[in-house]
Design a protein around this ligand. Structure first.
Ligand code: 0A1
Ligand code: ZN
Length: 883
């Protein structure tokens, strides 16, 4: 059935719930096709509600209702209630006292390919309830501001479901006739139903313990399929590190006696923070040196941290409504970023986060789906788990941290936890706590929550040699976004430092009475504002927006020499790296123009020299060194162009990489050979850095059309004992004409055919290759026995990788990439709307391309929108991007 007029939900329409649920008693009798759910709700009228309606509307979808009983004894008949496709309306319930409503219904987990509610993954039953999946389990007040205590009893066959899990602490269990057993769980903390979880299946468990700062002993359990038991160590260590970090940095301690993590092979997202029972995509749990890359190891630690940190920022304090999603996500991403920064290299982590923000989130903010971090309308909330809500949301929290300082921020978070523990609150409550705790006025800062789009910050500088002052005039404007034409000035922290011409730092003195400092936070609040630095003997070079202190685009046209200077001298690790990136962008932009004019591509020697200097220095942090040596991605270059030319971008970037490889061949070779020995199994920063710089060198050397370079990559592929090195070699082989290409791909597949996560890498490496014939290969891989459109990880590794990370082939001028994607979206739309709508993203930026591509992308979006049966998820994104 096509929902031709899907309903839009508005923030301005928020009202408190008419009823409250204090307590939920759930019982599940498990069966793959027919699970019986009995839910006993203890409820009452909400005294805070002003509605005079005496009926009760519960939400529910795809449920088979068996019976409804009010107050234990009176079973309701047909005329007492009304069932609609998405609700159950009980005409009359008690208004003056609390009542108990018992609902019995059945569900079919096997038919649930959307992976929302209760579903099957490799024979195991599991749930996903955020945002609105609980309504696919039973009728309920499925909204985050209804918080209840849950007791859950699960009954199942002992052979098929030996392990039965739910939230909280295990409070009972036993045997039943017919080879069945039962387990009861009780979660003493009030929670919204989106944090409910149930898992049942043949699972094995790795166990450890953690002693909290107050001396409580917590059992930690990770549940996986048996053959994955040897891949849980890193996840367990990560969990313990996260628990200790949250105590040290935020003073937050874990609250239950048990913390469980379950890894499942079919999962729409990364992981889910269900109270006491996190459910994870296997990708963010399982790691062994030979199956997972260094990046996987880092991501696992980050995601384990993220879900753990949600226990306070999300679970103990949750969101009042889904418009407030960034309250928990922005803050929790900020927390996990800082955790990873503390655990690994702060400089590298910041660069990686900003890279993602500037390529993907800036694109979202500049396109038809731009929305504020607190959106004000949605059709399908699942479409708002976006880079804007998550990553830009984290940047907004980071700006508060910058403005208030670490100690002030901590005062604010302490007050937030103290004021709101056990509540469902808003982004405004969070800002208010920061405000009160620090005695500051953040009213203008609040605009970050309501305004979409990336502000552009203009910079003009004037040095007065007589006065010894530098006046820096900053200005801001934000381009219009859909539905928001006029923008107000934002409160933007611009961390700034000054550097003397000899490369030494110049002290910053703002105004006569201020003490001199190595750097200052300029608070830009007006459309245009001047800041005057005094006591300067010579005109310094300004290092602006250090650490990327605000999610803005600085409009700064620096001469290449100044960028090369900053690349050599800026003490801020982020700005130093960024100077190299901007220099490379400038050079590549020139080459892009040359390519379009049919001119020869000659690379500016200034860039080669700058990279040579980087290579000649000695670096402690080899991962950071690798980032300095890495050219801006094609996606970042895409962001810099008014009309995107994928071919010109690709060839310009290749030309620079080849020139660097040719002219810096010697130092690159030396570095490769210095670090090429195997260090499998070592995951300290040193070993990770050595692998990273070595593989960066290998990818440059592969640009040389040389047999010895091809031999090196083949040799590395054949002898690697860790996945980082093996995959790096395979990628190089697959991305260049290499005689052993097919042989390596076949060997890799044979070696890893039983490791799903490694096979995902095999699909992705092929889907992202710039080599001719990639489209045909991707099409062929759809028919490969290991491809399964019902598995989100597989879909992402083939269809996602091709459409989102292979601009050259996806945007082929004949439109075959677009047609391919639209066909897959239409197919997925019927199976898994969430995954389908995630794939729409690659088409939404159609306005950025030439007329031919615009027409072809638009035509595919129109074909998608006019599909007979279309989900709200896909409809919302496709329709909004056409509007
Ligand atoms: N809260 C989770 C993200 C998440 C959201 C929705 C999901 O299913 C539709 C699953 C996970 C997090 O931030 O980690
Ligand atoms: Zn989260």
């Amino acid at each position: 059935m096509r929902d031709s007029n899907p309903r839009t939900v508005y923030l301005k329409d928020y009202t408190v719930p008419e009823y409250l649920i204090h307590n939920v008693d759930l019982s599940f009798t498990l069966d793959e096709k027919n699970t019986r759910v009995v839910s006993r709700l203890t409820m009452c009228r909400n005294p805070a509600s002003r509605s005079s309606d005496t009926s009760l509307t519960l939400t529910g979808e795809n449920l088979k209702l068996v019976r409804v009983v009010l107050n234990e004894d009176s079973e309701l008949g047909d005329k007492d209630y009304l069932q609609t496709p998405d609700s159950l309306i009980i005409h009359e319930v008690p208004q003056q006292r609390s009542f108990v409503l018992t609902i019995e219904n059945t569900i079919d987990p096997k038919a649930n390919t959307a992976l929302e509610g209760l579903y099957l993954s490799n024979g195991m039953l599991c749930t996903q309830c955020e945002a609105e999946g609980f309504r696919k389990i039973t009728y309920f007040l499925d909204r985050p501001d209804v918080m209840a205590t849950f007791t859950t009893t699960i009954v199942g066959d002992k052979d098929r479901f030996p392990v039965l899990l739910s939230n909280g602490n295990r409070v009972g269990g036993g045997d039943l006739p017919d080879n069945r057993h039962w387990v009861s769980w009780k979660d003493p903390f009030k929670k919204p139903c989106y944090l409910f979880a149930l898992v049942a299946g043949r699972l094995e468990c790795v166990e450890d313990r953690f002693t909290t700062m107050s001396g409580r002993d917590i059992a930690l359990q990770i549940f996986v399929e048996k053959h994955d038991l040897d891949k849980c160590d890193h996840a367990m260590q990560s969990l313990k590190h996260a628990m200790a970090w949250d105590e040290q940095v935020y003073g937050r301690e874990y609250d239950l006696d048990l913390y469980m993590i379950v890894a499942v092979g079919h999962f729409n997202m990364g992981a889910m923070e269900n109270k006491g029972l996190n459910i994870f995509n296997t990708k963010f749990v399982l790691a062994r040196p030979d199956t997972a890359t260094d990046a996987d190891y880092e991501n696992i630690e980050g995601v384990i941290g993220h879900e753990y940190f949600h226990n306070w920022t999300g679970n103990r304090i949750t969101c009042r409504d889904w418009f407030q999603l960034s309250l928990k996500e922005g803050f929790t991403v900020f927390r996990d970023q800082e955790f990873t920064g503390d655990r690994t290299s702060r400089a590298v982590k910041r660069i990686e986060d900003v890279n993602m923000l500037r390529t993907r989130q800036f694109a979202e903010d500049a396109g038809p789906l731009a929305h504020p971090i607190r959106p004000d309308a949605y059709i399908e909330i699942n479409n708002f788990y976006t880079l804007t809500v998550y990553e830009k949301g984290a940047e907004v929290v980071r700006m508060l941290h910058t403005l208030l300082g670490a100690a002030g921020f901590r005062k604010g978070s302490d007050l937030y936890f103290e004021r709101h523990d056990g509540q469902a609150v808003t982004c405004d409550d969070f800002v208010s706590a920061m405000e009160t705790a620090n005695g500051v006025d953040l009213s203008q800062f609040r605009r970050w929550y309501a305004q979409a789009g990336t502000p552009v910050v203009g910079v003009a500088q004037h040095f007065d040699a007589a006065q010894k002052t530098l006046s820096l005039t900053l200005s801001q404007h934000c381009p219009p976004t859909p539905g928001q034409t006029a923008k107000e000035p934002l409160h933007i922290p611009v961390v700034t430092g000054l550097i003397n011409r000899d490369g030494s730092p110049a002290l910053c003195r703002l105004g006569e009475n201020e003490a001199a400092a190595e750097q200052v936070v300029l608070e830009l609040t007006q459309a245009k504002q001047a800041f005057v630095f005094s006591g300067l003997e010579e005109e310094p070079v300004v290092s602006l927006l250090r650490g990327f202190s605000a999610p803005v685009k600085p409009a700064l046209n620096r001469p290449p020499e100044e960028l090369a200077f900053l690349l050599s001298h800026d003490p801020d690790t982020f700005n130093r790296w960024d100077a190299g990136q901007q220099l490379a962008v400038q050079v590549m932009s020139g080459l892009i123009a040359d390519y379009r004019n049919g001119a020869k591509l000659a690379v500016n020697p200034l860039l080669i020299d700058a990279y040579r200097k980087v290579l000649e220095q000695s670096w402690d942090d080899l991962s950071y060194f690798s980032l300095l040596m890495t050219l801006p991605s094609e996606l970042y270059l895409t962001e810099q162009m008014r009309v995107v030319d994928v071919e010109a971008i690709h060839h310009a970037r290749e030309a620079v990489a080849r020139a660097l490889a040719e002219q810096l061949r010697e130092p690159l070779e030396t570095l490769y050979l210095r670090y090429h020995r195997d260090e499998s199994g070592r995951f300290d920063a040193g070993a990770i850095g050595r692998r990273r710089i070595k593989n960066t060198c290998l990818s440059y050397l592969a640009q040389l059309d040389a047999d010895w370079a091809r031999h090196w990559s083949l040799q590395q592929f054949n002898t690697a004992k860790n996945m980082t090195d093996q995959l790096a070699a395979l990628t190089v082989i697959v991305n260049h004409p290499h005689p052993a290409r097919q042989q390596c791909l076949d060997g890799f597949y044979r070696q890893w055919r039983h490791e799903a996560l490694v096979i995902d890498k095999w699909f992705a490496a092929q889907a992202m290759s710039p080599m001719p014939g990639t489209y045909e290969r991707v099409l062929g891989l759809l028919g490969h026995p290991a491809f399964d459109i019902r598995n989100p990880n597989r879909v992402r590794s083939l269809i996602g990788a091709f459409s989102q990370s292979n601009p050259l082939h996806f945007h082929a001028a004949d439109g075959q990439g677009y047609r391919f994607l639209a066909d897959r979206i239409i197919e997925l739309n019927g199976l898994n709307p969430q995954v389908a709508s995630r794939m729409v993203g690659a088409l939404t930026s159609w306005r950025r391309y030439d007329e031919n591509r615009q027409n072809r992308m638009k035509a595919e979006l129109e074909r998608i929108v006019s599909t007979e049966v279309i989900s709200k998820d896909v409809y919302e994104l496709a329709a909004k991007s056409l509007a």
